[in-house]
Design a protein around this ligand. Structure first.
Ligand code: CU
Length: 168
């Protein structure tokens, strides 16, 4: 009996610690509006997105990438330009809203169109709130635009990536 109890206790601890270790996978951030590609997938507005529908906040990869899926293989659909991503109509000035499920200390937030960085916000290592908004000027660009937003974490080598399709 005692041995059975010990086994059960060990099993429960093992299961509990797995849950604790697994939870950081749910704890990061993404752009909710205008809807990013991962938001479009999570909301069911784009079909056949794969795993990203369960964790739109988890597009985490090394800093310095310029890809919508942050180099994460199981999220590669986010970089598939043939998926017909809906583009949100905007003016020249756009407010991008992030939802952060973990408020990581932040170095910078960057916004790119192609290889041109159109905006950068420096948080100097501060911890952001649970939501963050940035007003970005599109610089008079018109037509269909793909904005890549990058959240650079201050105390790790990683960043979070979020692409937003716009029509201007
Ligand atoms: Cu995180």
């Amino acid at each position: 009996m005692r041995r059975t109890l010990t086994f059960l206790a060990t099993a429960i601890i093992a299961i509990a610690s797995t849950v604790v270790i697994a939870s950081p996978a749910n704890a990061h951030g993404y752009i909710s509006s205008p809807p990013s590609r991962q938001a479009m997938c999570a909301q069911g507005r784009v079909a056949n997105c794969g795993d990203i529908i369960y964790e739109p906040q988890s597009v985490e990869g090394p800093k310095g990438l310029r890809s919508c899926h942050g180099g994460v293989g199981r999220f590669s659909q986010l970089s598939d330009e043939s998926k017909g991503w809906p583009a949100t109509s905007v003016g020249n000035s756009v407010t991008f809203n992030w939802v952060l499920t973990a408020r990581h200390a932040t170095s910078t937030w960057e916004y790119y169109v192609g290889n041109t960085r159109i905006a950068v916000f420096n948080d100097g290592g501060r911890q952001p709130g649970a939501t963050v908004s940035h007003n970005v000027n599109l610089g008079g660009r018109t037509g269909r635009l793909k904005v890549l937003a990058v959240w650079n974490i201050a105390d790790t080598a990683n960043a979070f990536y979020s692409c937003v399709d716009l029509q201007r």
